[in-house]
Design a protein around this ligand. Sequence first.
Ligand code: NI
Length: 202
Amino acid sequence: MRPRHIGLLAGGALAVVLALVGFAALVSSRQSPTGTIVTGAASIGGPFALTRSDGRAVSERDFLGKPTAIFFGFTFCPEVCPTTLYELSGLIKELGPEADKLNFAFVSVDWGRDGPEELASYTSAFDSRIQGLSGTEAEIETVTRAYRVYYKRVPIEGGDYTIDHTASVYLMDQDGQFVGTLAYGEARDTMLEKLRRLVAGA
Ligand code: NI
């Protein structure tokens, strides 16, 4: 397993900014030019084709019938992803049997480095109920557009790169409709309550 640090200072500030940018984009996308919230189906979510960590194909249809918590990131992520997956794994344990009424998915936007094997070992280090999904560049473009996820490669020292990305966990109902998010850094009790309400269909 590759080392990861869960430092909470410098990266934390960046993560908060990214979360706010992501959320602002999300909110603005739901507002009409006059500033009122558009009612009806929010255009977040939609068709996608990706690969599960066991190598099998998966689409949005495979998640219907149960609500879903879906998150976008990458396995080399130094902070936001490991922190979020750690939080999610704790929430899954706390939900107990209720957790089986939800799908949990982690989509890697790092089509250059993350494939099924990388995601299998990465997500199972947190909770095997979190499905790791990967795809080609085109497939990742499709799913990130559908979910309005921001991600951008940022070069780092040594010719390598990191990826800035939306930090929110998207909550979808059993029909694949967007119902809300878990924000990065949100109080644990609030996240737990949101997941319980998602299970209850409330
Ligand atoms: Ni990340």
